[in-house]
Design a protein around this ligand. Structure first.
Ligand SMILES: [Zn+2]
Length: 112
């Protein structure tokens, strides 16, 4: 899973609004519409979300927010972040998927 700084910012913006339903389910409001909720679920140690961003890319800021939420001391999160950011930079450098990453930032689903 890769992420961008923009996604990390959005994740931080919804971090305070996460509702933990049970050990494997979290509810988050949609950033564009507070009346809409997204559900993140932990399934076999992988996170899944019901938003369009996740459906299209298997990656969204809701999951990033849940990971931040779950790592209250931020130690594990920092480690995870370093790994994913490194991967993101490698992809960008290698120009692999760069077109795809650019395309995503213009996708309305991405900013939902
Ligand atoms: Zn999502």
């Amino acid at each position: 899973m890769v992420m961008s700084l923009a996604q990390e910012r959005k994740a931080k913006a919804v971090l305070e609004k996460i509702t933990k339903v049970d050990d494997k389910t979290w509810l988050l409001p949609s950033k564009s519409d507070d009346s809409k909720m997204h559900t993140v679920q932990s399934i076999k140690n992988e996170y899944e979300c019901d938003c369009l961003g996740f459906i299209h890319t298997l990656n969204c800021y809701h999951i990033i927010a849940v990971k931040m939420f779950e790592t209250k001391n931020h130690k594990g999160y920092q480690e995870w972040r370093d790994t994913t950011m490194k991967r993101y930079e490698e992809l960008a450098k290698a120009n692999i998927k760069q077109k795809e990453i650019k395309g995503l930032s213009n996708d309305p689903a991405w900013t939902e």
